[in-house]
Design a protein around this ligand. Structure first.
Ligand code: C5P
Length: 230
């Protein structure tokens, strides 16, 4: 079996949620958000190791919380950078030598499921690079200063989620080629480097906790244990 590593991006400050503590460390449904997220990868048979990027200063606390909870696949806790891209790059440099496929996932998406991870892994093994995404459901407006400038046809528009991933060699090359240019996800980096990226239908429930209301919704869904039974 191909050795697959997961990079968990958990080094953001999550300012839009409006809390002192970064959103990925807030407690929801009995555990911090990032623990809910990690558990999905820890318990997935296709994943061999996890490297997690955390904000500088959080390394010890996170490492000891993982030890206490008995996580076995987390190989390293690294300190992240100023951007998501810098955090993922640092984690990528810390994956074990034998890892050939890499998934990247936002710690702030705790509702990821085994089904989604398995579907992504299947596509990755076949195609080399892929991301989870959902088709845009609503009509899209370009708005400036509170007025509609125009309506953008939604046909062919998809919203990118994580997990995303690629062959390790592709991802490393994409990071090398990106240099100082900033991208908001790995798929964009891979596209810019000229690699073909496949789309796997994602899940609307796999949303990213971004605003305070997302915390409430995630708490309800986690309490219902909605993903774990899939
Ligand atoms: O800020 P945003 O919600 O887009 O962040 C997406 C994910 O990337 C979050 O899980 C966040 O913790 C992570 N991140 C990171 N390093 C940064 C900024 C964000 O790992 N410098």
């Amino acid at each position: 079996m191909v050795k697959t590593g997961v990079i968990l991006a958990a080094a953001g400050r999550g300012e839009r949620v409006g809390s002192e503590i970064p959103k990925q460390f807030l407690k929801l449904a009995g555990a911090p958000v990032f623990i809910h997220t990690l558990s999905v990868f820890e318990s997935h048979p296709g994943i061999s190791e996890i490297v997690i990027a955390v904000p500088p200063g959080w390394e010890e606390e996170v490492a000891s919380s993982l030890r206490r909870r008995g996580f076995r696949k987390v190989a390293r806790v690294v300190s992240g950078g100023n951007t998501r891209q810098a955090s993922v790059k640092r984690a990528l440099e810390n994956l074990s030598p034998g890892v050939e496929l890499v998934l990247v996932h936002d710690a702030a998406r705790p509702l990821v499921s085994h089904t989604l991870v398995s579907q992504l892994l299947r596509t990755l093994e076949r195609e080399g690079a892929a991301l989870c995404a959902v088709p845009v459901r609503d009509t899209v407006k370009l708005v400036r200063s509170g007025r509609v400038e125009r309506t953008i046809p939604r046909e062919g528009l998809w919203l990118a989620q994580t997990p995303q991933g690629a062959r390790r060699a592709w991802l490393e090359e994409a990071y090398r080629k990106a240099g100082e240019r900033e991208f908001t996800d790995e798929a964009a980096l891979l596209e810019a480097a000229g690699f073909p990226v496949c789309v796997v239908p994602g899940d609307p429930l796999n949303f990213k906790i971004t605003y305070p209301e997302d915390l409430k919704l995630a708490e309800v869904l986690l309490t219902l244990d909605i993903r774990r039974n899939l």
